[in-house]
Design a protein around this ligand. Structure first.
Ligand code: 13P
Length: 339
């Protein structure tokens, strides 16, 4: 695939009215989600759940791509259709999480660095053969007493850029995800300061590693108060600070930005995206790549029960539709009760 082809894939991933479903929870993470609904995390239950999501009727109207986990990429529908084949048949781009998780950064207490570079070239080649056309790598930045350190930001940006360059070599569009966590009592201003630093490091590293920016999708956090902050900023402030921060750091030739939800409620994540898309025009598309904000209502409606698979699908479709509207500036909060 040429750079032009990767640009087309990136454009499809952030097409107006659509966004990405992040369904790439590792097995330890999906177990935590299943624990909340008293459902055992067996391979078959995970397969059933992912089939529920991917076969929701009309999902392709609002979902442009799905990030899968290694196990899921290899699974099939009950009728025997491999999940990547199912997705591409509907015009949805199949993607794959390729990092192997955030691990403690030696000598930097409280900080993490994401692993997964060893053998990545070979894994990307296999994933491409299996139908994946984009990948994801998540770096995790924690705000706390004296952290993040410049070293942690630099180490994570370096790994993200090495990953992104390897993806493009393999004709796979990299989702570049530097996540500043919402955990903690920090203010919106502190989140903005750290996000500014993180994005500065990321774009410097991408340039140094000769990554072709129109062939990536950036997946940042929104600039938002910590979950424990005593005086949390309102939604307009979140939208304005996020756009200000991105405008300062993200070159105009980046095709698209697809936010993570990061622990925001499903409704908050939609509202914030909706406001940002009424503030344009922006040089890049602003869309979503939500995990929890798309799936939490679907999990709660399903609860591991076969007879509630349809309810789970309805709950997913509602969030997908409303986020699709938010990604094209057509969302208003009153649509929540009307839907
Ligand atoms: P959340 O939207 O739940 O933050 O998940 C997105 C994701 O892919 C995290 O890496």
């Amino acid at each position: 695939m040429s750079f032009k082809d990767m640009e087309s894939v990136a454009q499809a991933m952030v097409a107006p009215g659509k966004g990405i479903l992040a369904a790439d929870e590792s097995n330890p993470t999906i177990k935590k989600r299943f624990d909340l609904i008293d459902t055992e995390s067996t391979e078959e239950n995970r397969r059933t759940y992912r089939e529920m999501l991917l076969t929701a009727p009309g999902i392709a109207d609002h979902i442009s791509g799905v990030i899968l986990y290694d196990e899921t990429l290899r699974q099939k529908t009950a009728d025997g259709v491999p999940f990547p084949t199912l997705l591409s048949g509907m015009g949805i781009v199949p993607g794959i999480k390729v990092d192997t998780g955030a691990k403690d950064l030696a000598a930097f207490p409280g900080e993490k660095v994401t692993e997964g570079l060893d053998g990545l070239r070979e894994r990307l080649a296999e994933y491409y053969e299996m139908g994946a056309r984009f990948a994801k790598w998540r770096a995790v930045i924690t705000i706390g007493d004296g952290i993040p350190s410049d070293f942690c930001l630099h180490a994570n940006a370096h790994a993200l850029a090495r990953y992104a360059a390897l993806c493009q070599e393999a004709s796979i569009v990299p989702i570049v995800e530097p996540e500043v966590l919402m955990d903690g009592d920090h203010t919106l201003a502190e989140c903005e300061e750290v996000t500014n630093r993180a994005l500065t490091e990321v774009f410097a590293a991408l340039a140094a590693h000769r990554v072709h920016l129109p062939g990536i999708v950036l997946k940042p956090n929104m600039v938002i108060s910590g979950t424990e902050c005593a005086d949390r900023a309102g939604s307009r402030e979140v939208a304005e600070a996020t756009v200000r921060c991105l405008a300062a750091h993200v070159p105009a030739d980046v095709t698209g930005i697809a936010f993570l939800s990061g622990g925001q409620s499903a409704e908050e994540a939609t509202e914030h995206l909706g406001i940002m898309n009424t503030m344009g025009p922006h040089p890049w598309r602003l869309s979503f790549s939500y995990g929890r904000a798309l799936q939490a209502p679907a999990l709660a409606a399903w609860r591991g029960k076969d007879e509630q698979l349809g309810d789970g699908q309805k709950a997913l479709l509602k969030r997908a539709r409303l986020n699709g509207l938010a990604s094209s500036g057509g969302y208003t909060v009153d649509m929540e009760s009307a839907a």
